[in-house]
Design a protein around this ligand. Sequence first.
Ligand SMILES: [Zn+2]
Length: 169
Amino acid sequence: MDCGCTNCTCGDNELITSLCPECGSTGNLIPEKAVKANLKKEHNPAVKNVDIFLCPDKECKTSYYSEDNTLKFNLSDLKRPLWYKNNSDPVIACYCNNITESQVIEAVENYELKTWQEIVLHYQEKTLCLCKKINPTGECCTEFFYSIINKTLLSLGKESVNIPGGCTC
Ligand SMILES: [Zn+2]
């Protein structure tokens, strides 16, 4: 079983980090395309020839920032909520295909679907895998997506599925 991605390059991101100017958490360097795809359009011109990082802390209101602190964006500067931040609504499970956490739960509960591909195809005509350009982290959603599937399966008293190794980034 794999995640359905073809030609996946999600694991190619370099691991360069910088501390969040707001909370001090260690954030990873994010591909510029992913930053621009997630920031509201008016902020895109500011992101030029600068390394941008993403705050991983669920309580912090900061999203993207530059190492020299000249740029610091809030959650409200993003087009869609960051799934791991507190009070995100909706909680997005897959950014490439626009699938929410509640849609995943519904697909598992009501249609007995158990894979990323089955669930995306339940709601969309085809699957897209452009994590490096679309996911706010530039990485694949597989791990979070399957954690929702498994949480739901367990709540139904069913056996959990293995998280695919092909694209866990
Ligand atoms: Zn922070």
